[in-house]
Design a protein around this ligand. Structure first.
Ligand code: ATP
Ligand code: MP5
Length: 269
């Protein structure tokens, strides 16, 4: 067999490790594999985590994050970047400074708190997220808790999502994707750049095994962008992927299980 010369697009996640394999770096790399891109990682923190919550978290030194990033970018190159758990103000500022110099699209998932309520970002880092990280984002993907943390806006319905998007866009990302996963009724998200408005609507699956939904959605968007899709198309495809993964989410451990990143490869039940 001839050696393959065509190289798939490369996507980098800058995020924390979830030992349980449902969220964080592990969710990101599985999502990238499912999209046919080459996934790479810059680890920012290690969590001891499972379906019950986060039992411990240790952040990496700034030099370790910087060195991983340089290793990947200087040799291999990236077509899109996704950021997740960044833990501290020092890491947020380091990552923002590195990303300010890239031409690749950047998807920022401003991870604040885990599904179980464990803090994944120091409170004093919020200002660095607002002033340093969001300005370098092509797409920012806050959930409604992160919207409240970053803007003070409490969203209880779809009209509130529009207001939330305006406030997030004011920090400087090109697009805001406001995730309505924490509301009731259909799972509705709003994507806007301040002029175009795209409402993404999917059925809400009554499945409590939703660990990793946010990481999965953001990594799917980054994969689509690396494949050359425009932002609305990448987000629409990512929404379809995460919806299928939530629908197929499975019980693992005694708590909230993961979404199924491999759902498209399983035989239909
Ligand atoms: N039960 C559900 N059924 C269908 N779609 C859902 C459900 N819950 C969330 N979603 C969708 O999943 C995506 C991620 O949204 P969500 O608000 O859950 O992100 P997140 O809060 O960052 O994730 P997490 O709560 O795991 O940290 C969004 O597209 C949202 O609409
Ligand atoms: C290391 C790490 N990063 C992020 C999340 C949030 O997960 P989600 O994708 O559910 O928002 C998590 N629980 N752990």
């Amino acid at each position: 067999m001839p050696i393959r010369t065509a190289v798939p697009p490369r996507v980098l996640t800058v995020a924390g490790s979830d030992s349980g394999g449902g969220a964080g770096i592990q969710a990101d790399l599985k999502t990238m594999l499912a999209h046919g891109v080459h996934g790479m990682s810059v680890l920012t923190a290690v969590t001891a985590q499972n379906s019950l919550g986060v039992q411990g978290a240790w952040e990496l030194p700034v030099e370790a994050v910087r060195a991983q990033y340089r290793s990947v970018v200087d040799d291999i190159g990236v077509q899109a970047v996704k950021t997740g758990m960044l833990a501290s103000a020092a890491l947020v500022e380091t990552v923002a400074e590195l990303l300010a110099a890239t031409d690749a699209p950047v998807v920022v998932d401003p991870v604040g708190v885990s599904k179980h309520g464990d803090a994944l970002l120091a409170a004093e880092a919020l200002d660095s997220v607002r002033t340093k990280l969001l300005p370098v984002a092509t797409v920012a993907t806050p959930n409604l808790d992160e919207v409240a943390q970053l803007t003070g806006v409490t969203v209880t319905d779809e009209s509130g999502m529009r207001r939330a998007a305006e406030e997030i866009l004011a920090f400087g990302p090109r697009w805001a994707l406001i995730k309505g996963g924490h509301l009731t009724g259909d799972a509705v998200d709003l994507l806007t750049d301040g002029s175009a408005e795209h409402w993404l609507r999917a059925p809400r699956y009554d499945n409590r095994h939703t660990h990793g939904t946010g990481c999965t959605l953001a990594s799917a968007v980054a994969s689509g962008l690396a494949l050359g899709q425009d932002v609305p198309t990448a987000v629409e495809n990512a929404k379809a992927y995460v919806t299928g993964a939530i629908r197929a989410g499975f019980p693992l451990g005694g708590g909230i299980g993961p979404v199924d990143h491999g759902w498209r490869t399983r035989p239909a039940e």
